[in-house]
Design a protein around this ligand. Structure first.
Ligand code: SF4
Ligand code: SF4
Length: 472
């Protein structure tokens, strides 16, 4: 029985409810009156439930779809402005005891190079990332209690936060590790992590069990209830996502929104971010073995519908996606992207030799961080290296209430300009620096409060003189 407030995975992600939702959406995909009503509700910018959003995703009326896209653009503009937050993944270890059939790190893959970074190697990787200009990382490890115990992850986080190289520092470490216990989540919280990220992969239980035939990840309920344990362990900000291509996208879309509704119902705060990865080619993995791949048009529609359904939730895409695809979805709702990423264990400090390939997937966007920053600015976006909220204690419901009142905008915009200025001073190529400088001067005018504008101008000057880490 469907119950968003239940603590049982089978009840808050109810298969029957999803199937009914899909039937309802299919029956109404040309129902102009209903679609208008749902778009009208979405215009209030307070979100939609999974049924309403599923109707929009199924909508087959071209003019209505265009309206949904326009609304997504508007909501993106209202909540996130033209800022795009930058991050990079850091793979610590690809040892894994699970059997996920779509991931090259699965236990039975005997020809992929297995690696685990030592603390010294982590230091080198982090210095290389700092020298690119990164301030925000997403840590990734396979699940392996012997090779990657929680103590290893905690020690690595401590190492990362402790590295101060030139003007560089990692100011926010997000963590993407396997579902674990409340006690371990508490330890991660105490280590000062930003967001805890865990992808559901698929919400379809039967498919999930087939796609994860062996290892602890096989347990669908333990995996699906992980965010509840994370929140019980004190982690306020959690990031959810599915791997599009494993199951029917409409099923995943409804499941994703039901998961968000569940977190809101039980913990009073929905997910901090939603990621939208698509299955990619990798060692031992051929995406064509999965029947549910989605093309760029559908991907774009999913992004737009997520944007109107959960306006307050950040949306992330990675370098799995090509430059052209990233261009399309940035305008419709994506608020965070990675840049200059390596998906191998190590590889930032030193290029990995071909025969030692340890990548989790092929990267489609191979540009450097500076090229990505340049490209974003060419399109009128402000690349932001801001990490202020969690460092100012603005997490969980505190963050969400600021977001819902629109007040967060007073922080995001000035912080974006000041952190971009740091980047330009310390890491940018001359032409990037030049267009960035102009962009900052233009965007300062868009800070509504005069007092804030004055502080930002003063801080920008101080950044030029060598001071760092100003924030609102
Ligand atoms: Fe291991 Fe994660 Fe890959 Fe599964 S998806 S094999 S858990 S690293
Ligand atoms: Fe993100 Fe907060 Fe910075 Fe805005 S102020 S960009 S919400 S960390």
């Amino acid at each position: 029985m469907y119950n968003p407030s239940s603590n049982k995975a089978g009840e808050f992600i109810s298969h029957e409810e999803i199937m009914e939702t899909l039937a309802y959406a299919e029956a109404n995909k040309n129902n102009e009156e209903l679609i208008d009503k749902i778009i009208g509700k979405a215009k209030l910018k307070k979100g939609l439930n999974h049924r309403e959003a599923s109707v929009l995703l199924a909508c087959e009326i071209p003019e209505k779809t265009a309206e949904i896209y326009e609304l997504a653009r508007q909501i993106k503009e209202d909540f996130y402005g033209n800022r795009i937050v930058m991050f990079a993944p850091l793979y610590l270890s690809n040892y894994c005891v699970n059997g996920c059939v779509y991931c090259p790190y699965h236990l039975k893959n005997k020809h992929i190079a297995r690696k685990k970074l030592t603390q010294e190697e982590i230091r080198r990787e982090v210095i290389a990332l700092q020298d690119m200009g990164h301030k925000r990382l997403a840590l990734e490890t396979g699940e392996d209690p012997v090779n990657n115990p929680i103590e290893y992850v905690l020690e690595s986080i401590k190492t990362i936060y402790g590295i101060k190289h030139k003007n560089g520092e990692i100011r926010r470490v997000n963590v993407n590790i396997a579902a674990t216990t409340v006690e371990n989540y508490r330890k991660l919280k105490d280590a000062g992590i930003g967001t805890y990220i865990l992808f559901q992969e698929t919400y379809h239980k039967e498919s999930y069990e087939k796609l994860h035939p062996t290892g602890p990840k096989h347990d669908y309920c333990y995996h699906t209830e992980a965010m509840d344990r994370a929140m019980e362990g004190g982690i306020d900000d959690v990031g959810i996502g599915v791997l599009f291509g494993l199951e029917l996208y409409r099923y995943e879309f409804a499941g994703l929104l039901m998961h968000a509704e569940h977190l809101e119902a039980v913990h009073g705060v929905g997910p901090h971010t939603i990621s939208v990865p698509r299955i990619k080619k990798a060692d031992d993995i051929d995406p064509s073995q999965f029947d549910n791949g989605i093309d760029d048009d559908i991907f774009e529609k999913i992004v737009a519908c997520i944007r109107v359904a959960v306006p307050y939730t950040g949306m992330i895409i990675s370098t799995r996606e090509s430059k052209s695809c990233r261009e399309r979805v940035l305008k419709l709702g994506v608020s965070q992207i990675s840049g200059g990423s390596k998906t191998s264990v190590g590889g930032y400090a030193e290029e990995e030799p071909e025969e030692e390939n340890s990548s989790q997937f092929d990267v489609s966007d191979n540009r450097t961080l500076d090229q990505v920053v340049h490209w974003l600015m060419d399109q009128g976006f402000i690349p932001s290296f801001c990490t202020a909220c969690y460092r100012e204690g603005r997490t969980g419901d505190r963050f969400m209430s600021l977001c819902k009142s629109g007040q967060i905008q007073n922080c995001c915009h000035p912080n974006a300009l000041m952190t971009l200025k740091e980047y330009l001073e310390d890491y940018a190529a001359p032409d990037t620096r030049e267009i960035g400088g102009k962009l900052i001067m233009k965007e300062i005018r868009n800070i509504p409060r005069e007092k804030v504008r004055e502080i930002v101008l003063k801080n920008l000057e101080e950044i030029e003189q060598g001071k760092r880490d100003f924030r609102f």
